[in-house]
Design a protein around this ligand. Structure first.
Ligand code: ADP
Length: 387
């Protein structure tokens, strides 16, 4: 290996093209140095001058130029793209060629709300940057879920024909946090049973044994599981037919209702968790119910995953709400002493940005806050693949 390969400090551009935003970060995977980053929002919204992910890329390029970064001249190593759904095909990151792009496009059937934006973003970025492009899939980490966990109890032929299974999402985050938690505790990853709660705009839980996921709360789509900002999470599957018959809603309307107008928003009128907590403190009853439903569902999953794992060594909180809301962490742990779970109030209130333990010394289950860093994880996986 040449000297220059040892000291490669060329950055990777990480792109996360969603239906209404493009998040970007330019960073050096080995050191974690972030050269710049940001988000282009309101893509495709009325009154916005950013029509689609391709236009968002132009906006990003202009913004970077204003910062003095000319992406045409920066010695870029590669571009790493977050892709939500890898379907049954992709169980690890892959260098994007025309065939891969075509397959990601086809997987839009499984993720109509997510993959099309990624495809448009990848197409535009490939035209702009003549470097290797890598797709890192949100589903990849969970592709090794045991069959008992990933299989829905529907007729097998139908499931095979239409690739129906539990895929799980936020995999890049759960994998990163599982590893970072092992480092925090100074324990080998292979020895740990972890329950990980990724609580951001989207929320998901996972049970991880020895670094391998054995359960996760999201399913065929990112709609299943925990209550989220605008998504319902688990509902009775019978709800769809009931709404179609009784409320006269179409399937598209039901999908939009459960993804965009439900969850914390549907119950309280706000989807930002900070606002929700303020409303709860101000005595708003709808907000109180939304908060209680959110916590109740979380406890439901924590209990389930303790049973799946036969007990846990660590319960981990991550992402925006998990990292910053001491109120949520305290509410989840409340009453779980019998299960070995408790938080120390002053450790819990400490709003550090570092990975940290918040349970009392000697607790049977360590409770930890471990910041996720999906951009860094994507940059590293991208660099590993093109090295
Ligand atoms: P994304 O899923 O888009 O990556 P984040 O992980 O940044 O989102 O999480 C966003 C959520 O975190 C929002 O609901 C936001 O209100 C919540 N959040 C951020 N800071 C706090 C805080 N101090 N207290 C409570 N919630 C917070």
């Amino acid at each position: 290996m040449s000297q220059s390969q040892h000291t490669d400090d060329r950055p990777v551009l990480v792109l996360n093209a969603g239906s209404s935003s493009l998040k970007y970060q330019l960073l050096v995977p080995e050191s974690g140095e972030v050269r710049t980053g940001g988000v282009v929002e309101r893509i495709g919204e009325r009154g916005s001058d950013v029509a689609d992910p391709a236009a968002a890329l132009e906006t990003m390029t202009d913004r970077l130029l204003e910062e003095g970064i000319d992406l045409g001249k920066v010695p870029l190593r590669a571009v790493g793209h977050r892709v939500v759904h890898g379907g049954p095909d992709f169980s690890e990151p892959v260098v994007i060629d025309d065939a891969v792009l075509q397959r990601i496009r086809q997987l839009s059937a499984l993720a109509p709300l997510h993959n099309p934006a990624a495809v448009t973003g990848i197409e535009a970025a490939r035209e702009h940057y003549d470097v290797p492009h890598v797709a890192v899939f949100d589903t990849a980490y969970f592709s090794s879920l045991p069959a008992a966990a990933s299989t829905y109890a529907v007729p097998r032929e139908l499931a095979e024909k239409h690739s129906i299974r539990r895929y799980g999402f936020h995999g890049t985050s759960h994998q990163f946090v599982a590893q970072a938690t092992a480092e925090l505790l100074g324990h080998p990853l292979v020895d740990l049973r972890q329950v990980i709660l990724h609580l951001g705009n989207g929320c998901s839980a996972s049970a991880v044994r020895g670094g391998r996921p054995v359960e996760t709360s999201m399913g065929l789509t990112p709609l299943q599981g925990l209550v989220m900002g605008t998504r319902s999470g688990d509902v009775d599957p019978g709800l769809h037919a009931y709404l179609a018959r009784e409320a006269g809603l179409t399937l598209d309307e039901i999908e939009a209702l459960l993804n965009k107008r439900s969850g914390v928003l549907g119950l309280s009128g706000v989807n930002d968790f900070r606002e929700l907590v303020h409303l709860v403190e101000a005595g708003d009853e709808d907000a109180r119910l939304a908060f209680d439903v959110f916590i109740h569902r979380l406890k439901h999953y924590v209990g389930a995953y303790l049973a799946i794992l036969g007990g846990a060594d660590v319960l981990v909180f991550t992402a925006g709400i998990g990292q910053h809301s001491a109120t949520v962490r305290a509410a989840v742990a409340e009453g779980l002493d019998e299960l070995g779970i408790a938080v120390d109030p002053s450790r819990n209130e400490d709003d550090s940005t570092q990975p940290r333990v918040i349970s009392p010394d000697g607790s049977r289950v360590v409770v930890a806050v471990v910041p996720t860093n999906e951009e860094l994880a994507i940059a590293r996986q991208t660099a590993d693949l093109v090295r």
